[in-house]
Every structure is written in C-alpha cells, then in structure tokens.
Design a protein around this ligand. Structure first.
Ligand code: ARG
Length: 457
C-alpha cells in the first residue's frame, strides 16, 4: 500500500491534499467496479493472446480482479488516499495481491480507454433498466386505455374544453410518446455498443493487442474506429442523457395531466393512497406528491443534459480531466428517469378514473360547436362561413344566457342543420371521427394493437 498515486514516478512531491480531494471521483465511480473488473479481464485476455502474459499469469490476474471486485462490493476493501478513482483502486488492489504480476495489468491500457469502456457498459445496464420501467408505464397506459376505450371525456386545447375524445384516446397519446422514447433508447443502444478498449491513452499501443477480440469478450457489437475518438467522444453519454431527458419530459406531461384530472375542482380521477401522501399539519390532506415529483424531475434531468453539454462544448479532442464530470449527471439522469417511471407505472395502474364525472363534463354543448360547423360544411357551406355562422349563433345564445342545448327545432332549421340537436352527444361525436388516429373506437383499437406490437419488440 502507498499513499502515492500510481503515476507518481516522475514526481518528487506528492499531490496537495486539496488537489487530491478535488480530483478524487471514487464516490461517484465506485459503481463502475463490476464493469472495471470485466474490462480488466478482457484486457488480460488481450495481453495473453499477444503473448505478454503466460496462461498462469493471466489466470492469477483474472482471479485477483474478481477478488478485488468482490471485496469492494462487500465493503471490505480498504481504499487508500491515493486511489483517485475506481480504476486506480482496482489496479492497486490487484497489485497488492499479486506484486509483479499485478503490475503487468495496465500494459497497453490507459484509464482513458478504460473509463470510456466502463461507462458505456454501465450506461447500457442503466438504460436497460430504464427501458423496462418506461415500458411498464406504457403497458399501464394501454391497460387503462383498453378499459376506457368507450368512455368520453372533454379533450382540451389551452386547458379549456375543446372537443370530446375518449379516455382511451388520451391515454394512448401518452403511450405513443413513450413508445418513441423506447425507440430512441434502442437506437442509442446501437451506437453505444462500440468498445473503446484498446484505444489506450489516445493512440492504441505498440503491444499488438486486438481491440475487436476485447470488444467481443465484453459483449459489444464491435470495437472503435479511431482511438482518439474512442477516448475523447462523450456523445454516447450525452445522447443517453438527451434520450432520458426527452422521456422524462413525457413522463412530466403525463404527471401534469394526472394532476389536472385529480384536481378536486375537476374530480375526474383519484390517485390511489399508495401514491399519495399526507400533511404533517393538516389531518384532512391527501396530496399527490408522486405526480408532482414526476412532473418536477424532468427539470433535474434537463439540468443533467445542460451540465454535460456545457462541460463538453469547446473541449479539444484527447482526454482531459473535464471529462470526469460526465458520470454524475449521466448516472443521475438514467436512475431518475427509472424511478419516475417506476412510480408512475403504479400510479397509472391504480388510478381511479371517474367515468361518470368525465361523461358529465361532456354535457357542455360548446364541445360540439365544431361538429355543428362541420355539419354545415357537409351541406356545401364554405367552412369559414360555417364557422362564422355558428360563432354568431353562439354569441346570440350567450347574450340570453343560453347555449346550443337551448336551441329549438326552428332555431336549428334556421341555422341550416335541421337535426342539429342530435349532434350534442359525445358518443355520436366520437363515433363520427372515423379517421385513423382519431378517438373513434375502431381507431383507438388499431392504435392499441400497434402499440402492443411496438412494446413487445
Ligand atoms: N477518473 C477519470 C475519469 O473518470 C479516469 C481517467 C483518468 N485519466 C487521466 N488521464 N487522468 O475520467
């Protein structure tokens, strides 16, 4: 053991404690221990295949990597002040166990290609977990959409009643957004599946190591195309956070809709108690904290993206220590989107939807003004004239404190829509919207089938 860093050869003075404290990333990157040991084992194989390690040395190194990893995971490893990061700690641990054989581990390798490899592996794991959590939200939405495929509700623009849709149509809209997020995660995975190992500090090595074999051993699709790019590039990290950020935005908007539905002033739904909290002072309160936090976390993830984008912009190629700052925002973004999705999946599954209140809200005759204007269009009236005629009628009615529901047969005949009263009906209005993608039963049914297929793939 030593309190001198592993690079201390050309130095005569040890680092200042404050400089060491600033540089130490162990608290954040210790979560990379499993990936660091895996990448270490792949590198050991590369060294063995290049004839730089005997079979026995390779075996000893592979065993030591597992032992050090297990000790770190179990919390029994004693870190020393010179362990700047997880990579230094693992290598130092292996060297403490094996002496000279341990000291062979880092040949042809740099923490620059190692950290890039570890982070990719770790992000692939975090993203796989996030994908499952987001898929669970989408599945919950589809289950509820199926249940409420024929239940009308006022659809809104500007948070004001606009036209009737169905609860199924509305929930499918959220599911489509999440399906695109899942597609984005999947496309990202294709680009992330490239191994940087073997790039060395920036220029590979003179040791005849085979990056493609190391990539295959680690389960990557292939190895890097350019070693300088491999150690410099963080777009894989930035893109993962971008995808998480877009997804968190969708989850936030879902939460905002839930919060609107459960607003007691509207009374369209109720969050299950399991996803609600009480007040420390007011005994009567049942607060929708789960949905509020789901709404707010998107801001934090967007902040993670801004941290990365700001840190990366303007950096010349080649590793620089700035890049160490990529991990905290990246890990935070993916873990946060997972925890939001996990909670929202449950909140959606258990949400009590008041279909009676939603249908009652569809009694607002104003919701059918567009249906009336379109009925005029079907008689040959140009739309702009139909819009004006309907609008003027609404104005006249409103002046007398009346609505379309108060219009008598003669009034409808005057307007030019003799059977207009029948238009003021949510089921009829929804059924008439037969266009694909619309709220009609058949259209939402088709969307559900398409979404099912997307989620299964
Ligand atoms: N802890 C560093 C990071 O996370 C590892 C690479 C250090 N490399 C170096 N040349 N100082 O980025």
């Amino acid at each position: 053991m030593t309190d001198r860093p592993l690079w201390s050869g050309r130095f005569s003075t040890p680092p200042a404690p404050q400089a060491q404290a600033l540089g130490r990333s162990l608290a954040v990157d210790v979560v990379l221990v499993a990936e660091d040991a895996r990448a270490g084992a792949a590198h050991v194989e590369a060294l063995r295949e290049a004839g730089l390690l005997t079979d026995d040395e390779a075996r000893q190194l592979a065993d030591a990597l597992v032992r050090v990893r297990d000790a770190i995971v179990a919390g029994t490893f004693s870190f020393d002040p010179a362990d700047e990061d997880i990579h230094s700690a693992v290598e130092r641990g292996v060297t403490d166990l094996l002496g000279d054989v341990g000291a062979k581990l880092h040949a042809g390798r740099s923490r620059n290609d190692l950290v890039a490899t570890d982070v990719r592996l770790h992000l692939l794991g975090l993203a796989a977990a996030a994908v499952e959590d987001v898929r669970a939200v989408a599945r919950a939405l589809l289950m509820r959409a199926r249940e409420h495929i024929d239940d009308p509700m006022p659809g809104s623009t500007h948070v004001r009643a606009a036209q009737p849709i169905t609860v199924g149509h509305h929930l499918c809209a959220h599911a489509w957004a999440l399906a695109r997020d899942l597609e984005r995660f999947s496309e990202w995975r294709g680009r992330a599946n490239v191994s940087p190992l073997g790039a060395g500090a920036l220029a590979t090595s003179t040791l005849g190591l085979d990056p493609a074999a190391a990539a295959a051993r680690l389960g990557f699709h292939r190895a890097f195309d350019n070693s300088l790019d491999a150690v410099s590039d963080r777009d894989v990290v930035q893109e993962a956070v971008a995808v998480a950020s877009i997804c968190a935005t969708h989850l936030s908007r879902l939460a905002a809709d839930l919060l609107r539905w459960i607003d007691p002033a509207l009374g369209w739904a109720e969050l299950d108690e399991a996803y609600s909290t009480g007040s420390s002072m007011m005994p009567q309160k049942r607060n929708p904290d789960t949905a509020e936090l789901a709404r707010a976390k998107a801001a934090r993830i967007a902040g993670d993206f801004v941290t990365l984008a700001s840190m990366l912009q303007g950096l010349p190629l080649g590793y620089q220590r700035d890049l160490q700052e990529d991990k905290e925002p990246a890990f935070d973004a993916l873990r946060t989107v997972s925890s939001v999705a996990g909670a929202l999946a449950g909140a959606v599954t258990t949400l009590r939807i008041d279909t009676v209140a939603m249908r009652a809200a569809c009694a607002d005759p104003a919701l059918y003004a567009t249906d009336v204007a379109e009925a005029l269009v079907k008689t040959g009236v140009p739309f702009r004239a139909a819009h004006r005629r309907t609008g003027e009628l609404l104005k006249t009615l409103a002046e007398d404190g009346r609505t379309l529901a108060d219009l008598d047969d003669a009034g409808w005949v005057d307007l030019g829509v003799p059977d207009g009263a029948a238009l003021l009906d949510p089921d009829r209005s929804i059924a008439a919207r037969t266009a694909p993608g619309g709220p009609s039963h058949a259209s939402v049914q088709a969307q559900l089938a398409a979404l099912d297929a997307l989620l299964a793939s």
